[in-house]
Design a binder for this molecule. Structure first.
Ligand code: SF4
Length: 442
């Protein structure tokens, strides 16, 4: 399998792009994690991977989107983006995630990539703007991988993404990117309406056949002004996705990304561990893209290194969430975010201005933290890579307090008083001990 994967990389992508990715993502990416670990030991902090949402506008209207896509267009302008990247580079960062809205609607997106040839960008896109000219330019630049989102079959896609013909345009963009031999990934926000179509071997085989090099299965998070909680996966379904990811990694010649588990299958939140933080279209520095609260901005007259080191809001966010859960705080404990916002006077970074109310309306449900059902990596390559470069960096052994953990499944069972009323649809285990939650040793 590993040989088949290596062969695919060598034969199916542009060698120059491959070398750049290996150098910037592989070698320099590892170095940036190494520097992050050394900073943590010194009591300093700067996230080794930054996500930048460079624009709020989008041509689609997806279910569950938290971005103010209907508001007047706002961008992180070229100079501000370059300055943020420059300061992050000084800290050793070499990889940036670019989100939107739809990033390719940013008029200077290519200029941002061109101005920073010494770092690598992953662009989260619906693929609709990847024309021949765009793909040619991306190939020339050599430091960008498009991560194209596919949300299900034609009918499911149209419903999920708010209009007709979305899937065919996305597939067109995907094919164009592949035709130009870019390093291309496909991501899916897995929910009730697409799990059966996309979390299956036939879909991954199709991606491999097309030339896609990596895939990423996010879990749908019911957040934002129209959370559509009916789409959220049950605990059983989330475990099914995790098992699928682990099995695919061990058996198929395609890379599978997952940002929520260490090598032993213990859950983690990359914002709580400080692995990533996020900058929104207005420049606000947020814990992660879906938590639209901030006390600092890249537009403040303060160096980024100082902002990250001194931000009481972000420090408190990391500690408080890690004390209560290894999972996703916005899904499991949105009340903690309301508390944090009040304590630090964090501003709502949206135009709609309803974040606190939205958080208060979220029904807690389990996320990637499925205590007692951890699924370790089968693939030794992922095991090794995660042991070194993707784990909690000691966050949960320092902060997690089992007495503070509230299992949303058990809790909703208690509230319903029926034993069958969990909105997250089973998979809970009320009989599990409420203490000594298992953490599989590595
Ligand atoms: S808070 Fe939730 S959505 Fe944000 S990084 Fe953590 S796990 Fe992901």
């Amino acid at each position: 399998m590993y040989l088949r994967l290596a062969r695919r990389f060598l034969v199916e992508t542009d060698k120059r792009l491959l070398l750049k990715a290996a150098w910037m993502l592989g070698v320099r990416g590892l170095l940036s994690v190494h520097k992050h670990k050394r900073r943590l030991k010194r009591g300093e902090f700067f996230p080794p991977f930054l996500y930048l949402s460079v624009i709020n506008s989008c041509n689609l209207r997806c279910q569950g989107c938290w971005v103010d896509v209907d508001s007047k267009q706002h961008r992180i302008e070229l100079d501000a983006a370059n300055e943020t990247i420059r300061q992050a580079k000084e800290m050793g960062n070499s990889f940036f995630g670019i989100l939107g809205g739809e990033p390719f609607m940013h008029k200077d997106l290519m200029k941002i990539f061109a101005a920073n040839p010494d770092v690598y960008f992953q662009v989260f896109t619906n693929g609709h703007f990847i024309t021949d000219d765009v793909a040619k330019e991306l190939r020339r630049l050599g430091n960008v991988t498009p991560l194209i989102s596919v949300e299900g079959s034609e009918i499911v896609s149209d419903t999920r993404r708010g209009r007709g013909g979305v899937l065919s345009q996305t597939m067109q963009g995907l094919e164009t990117a592949l035709k130009h031999k870019l390093l291309v990934g496909v991501c899916t926000s897995v929910c009730k309406s697409n799990i059966d179509d996309l979390v299956r071997d036939a879909w991954v085989d199709r991606l491999i056949e097309m030339g896609v090099m990596y895939c990423w299965f996010h879990i749908y998070r019911p957040v934002g002004p129209e959370p559509n909680p009916q789409l959220a996966l049950s605990s059983d379904e989330q475990r099914r996705v995790r098992q699928f990811v682990v099995d695919t990694r061990a058996t198929k010649p395609i890379v599978v990304v997952d940002a929520y588990h260490d090598d032993a299958g213990n859950a983690l939140c990359p914002a709580a561990t400080g692995f990533t933080h996020h900058v929104g279209p207005w420049g606000d520095i947020e814990p992660c893209p879906v938590i639209q609260l901030a006390t600092e901005s890249i537009h403040d007259d303060v160096p980024l290194a100082e902002t990250f080191n001194k931000s009481e809001f972000l420090t408190d966010f990391r500690e408080l969430t890690a004390q209560h859960t290894r999972g996703c705080v916005i899904m499991e404990r949105p009340d903690l975010l309301v508390q944090l916002a009040e304590k630090h006077g964090a501003r709502d970074t949206t135009v709609r201005g309803g974040v606190i109310e939205e958080l208060e309306n979220i029904t807690p449900r389990r996320s990637q933290f499925q205590p007692g059902d951890e699924i370790p990596e089968r693939s030794f390559v992922y095991r090794w890579a995660k042991k070194y470069a993707f784990n909690d960096f000691g966050t949960y052994s320092r902060h997690f307090d089992v007495a503070k953990y509230e299992d949303p499944d058990t809790d909703s069972l208690k509230k319903s008083g029926s034993g069958s009323g969990s909105e997250s649809g089973g998979g809970n285990d009320a009989s599990k001990p409420s203490n000594g939650l298992p953490v599989i040793s590595r």
